[in-house]
Structure formats: C-alpha cells, structure tokens
Design a protein around this ligand. Structure first.
Ligand code: NDP
Ligand code: OXD
Length: 310
C-alpha cells in the first residue's frame, strides 16, 4: 500500500526533505503543507507544530515526527491516544549543539566576558589562567545532546559531571541521578549547562533556590527551553554577585521583547534560539529510517514517552 507523509514546518527546508524523499524513498509519497490533498490518505506527519484539528484533518495518521529535538511545542495530551510521537535525533542537531556549548564553556572558562569588558575600558588586565582539569562543568540532562556535549568537554580535560532522571554511565563524567542527587551535582558545578527537555518537572527549575546551591561565581549556559528559567531570579543572582555570567540561547517568550531586561544586562548574552538547528538532509534521512523501522515493526529512534513528556 502507498504510504503518504505530510511535512508541516519551514517550507524551504521542506523542499529539501522532498528531494531526499524523491531520490531515496520513492515508496513514500511526500506532500508539503498546506497541499495535503485528501487527509484520509495521510499516514505520517513530520511537523514542528501539528494542526489543532489533527484528529479530524488526518484521521488515519499512524506516526507523528517532530522536526525538532524537543516535543514541548506539541500538546501531548491533545493528540489522539496511542499515536506514537518521535523526536528528532539527527547528527546535524547534535553537531550544532556541541559547537555552541563548547564555544560558550570555553569563552567562560577563559574569562572572555571580563576581557571584553576590559577592552571597552582600554585596560590591560591579566587574569590567572586555570587549567581545564580544575574547572568543574555540570550538564543538566544526559540525553543525546547532553552526552555529546560532555564527550567534547571531557576531551578538553574539564572536570565534568551530569544529572539525569535515571542513572547513566558516561565515560569521564561523574553521573548523578534523580532529585536526591541534584544538590551534590549543583554544589560542584562552576559552569552549569541546561540541556533538559521542557516538562512539568523542569518548568521553572532554573530559579533562585537552584542558583543558591551553585558555587559563588558560577555561570549558566541555558540551551534547553525558555520556560525552564525564571529570568527575574537569574538577574537578581547576577546583580547580587552570586552568579557571574549567563549565556542564554532560549528565553520566555521568544522572540524576547525589545524592552526585556535580559537584553541589556552586562553579564548576560542572548542568542535567538540558534544553538543548533535541524539540518534538512540528515533529518530527512533519519525520518526515512524511522518510517522504514515503523513499517517493519522495529523500535523507533527517539520515541517519546508521552506520559513522561519527552
Ligand atoms: P533527550 O530526551 O535525549 O534527553 C533528555 C535528558 O534530560 C535525559 O537525560 C533525561 O533523563 C533528562 N531529564 C528529563 N527530565 C528530567 C528530570 N525531571 N530530572 C532529571 N533529568 C531529566 O533530549 P535531547 O538531549 O535530545 O534534547 C534536550 C533538549 O534540548 C530538548 O528537549 C530541547 O528542549 C533542547 N534543544 C535546544 C535546542 C536549541 O537550539 N537551543 C536545539 C535542540 C534541542 P533520562 O536520561 O533519565 O531520561
Ligand atoms: C529543537 C530546537 O528542539 O530547535 O530542535 O530547539
């Protein structure tokens, strides 16, 4: 039977997906939103945001693929029960995130924010260099992105730890698991990187209580999701000198309003959610692989636990 996939995200990237599907998966008919045709034909949807009337618009949908690594933009409770949801695990997203976080951590580790401020004042000011082995990095989230980032940071010799819900073993990384081990993990994290998915449990996690458990002078690199951060409490921790710097790729809301205090704080750097981006060619191939796995009844890569929310 003919299989039909609808793509509903950035149309330019969609056209690149279409080429890959045409050349590498001719058995799957590719339709670009809004040219869905008869919705009853559609088995698979690849979307950043599914349509609100998903169940009636695509009544025979069998699989929903997120075009991003996160699925918090989906209301998982509103989707048809039993519909499998897959998040994007593809090499392009991983490489982008490794580059962004490595850049941010090295920049903080080598005191570049202080040197940028000194240059503005024309001050020749030397700060003692600390070896990477003496810099303690903590990564919240040991999923596909957290582990890839840690792999690179370990290669620089940083003293690395990670935190996740379940216990993991990651070479060269002190792994902490669960709420009971969060405090010990935070107490040793001089540069804290957030790579958690947004769920009810992680919303607002980056707040004053958490900042207070970090060592004085710690910095934050936030690349998870904006609503995990309580921005006013971050600004207070920076103003009080408990935290030194923050690098934020995600904010709440996005885009960040022009008059928001985060833009102008001297110890905050904001980027517009560009830490990593799904790369159309690699993502399309990952999607094809997952659709073929699905057709063969094999385990899917990046299957979301809808109850857990990631
Ligand atoms: P994964 O699902 O692979 O990993 C999530 C990790 O978070 C897992 O280790 C999981 O623990 C841990 N976790 C989730 N909830 C909790 C909790 N309550 N307590 C402790 N640990 C928890 O996700 P990815 O690594 O692929 O992506 C992470 C996030 O990065 C995405 O959800 C997205 O929000 C963000 N992202 C941001 C981008 C950007 O450009 N800024 C781009 C891409 C992604 P366990 O392993 O035990 O399940
Ligand atoms: C994603 C993102 O989830 O871009 O892929 O944040």
């Amino acid at each position: 039977m003919r299989q039909v996939l609808v793509y509903k995200a950035d149309p330019q990237r969609g056209r690149q997906w279409a080429e890959i599907f045409r050349d590498e998966a001719p058995e799957i008919e590719f339709r670009l939103w809004p040219d869905v045709g008869d919705g009853a034909d559609v088995h698979y949807l690849a979307a950043w945001e599914p349509p609100a009337d998903l169940a009636t618009r695509l009544p025979n949908l069998r699989l929903l693929l997120s075009t991003g690594a996160g699925v918090d933009q989906f209301d998982l409770t509103a989707l048809p029960p039993g519909l499998p949801v897959v998040r994007m695990v593809e090499p392009g997203i991983v490489c982008g995130m490794v580059e962004y976080v490595t850049h941010a951590v090295l920049d903080l580790h080598r005191d570049m924010p202080a040197y940028r401020r000194a240059q503005q004042q024309r001050e020749w000011q030397v700060i003692q260099v600390r070896p990477a082995s003496e810099r303690r990095i903590g990564v919240l989230g040991l999923g596909s992105l957290g582990q890839a980032v840690l792999d690179k940071l370990v290669s620089f010799g940083f003293d690395c730890a990670g935190w996740s819900r379940s216990r993991h073993e990651v070479p060269g990384v002190v792994c902490h698991a669960g709420a009971d081990e969060l405090e010990g993990f935070l107490a040793r994290s001089e540069i804290l990187v957030c790579l958690l998915p947004l769920t009810d449990e992680t919303r607002g996690l980056l707040n004053s209580a958490l900042f207070a458990k970090l060592p004085k002078g710690a910095s934050l690199v936030h690349v998870g999701r904006g609503p995990q951060l309580v921005a006013a409490e971050l600004l207070r921790a920076l103003d009080e000198g408990h935290l030194a710097e923050a690098v934020l790729d995600v904010t709440d809301p996005e885009p960040l309003p022009r008059d928001h205090a985060l833009w102008s704080h001297p110890r905050v750097r904001v980027t517009p959610h560009i830490a990593s981006m799904t790369q159309p060619h690699t993502a399309a191939r990952v999607a094809i692989d997952n659709l073929r796995r699905f057709a063969r009844g094999e385990p899917l890569v990046g299957l979301v636990d809808r109850r857990r929310g990631y």
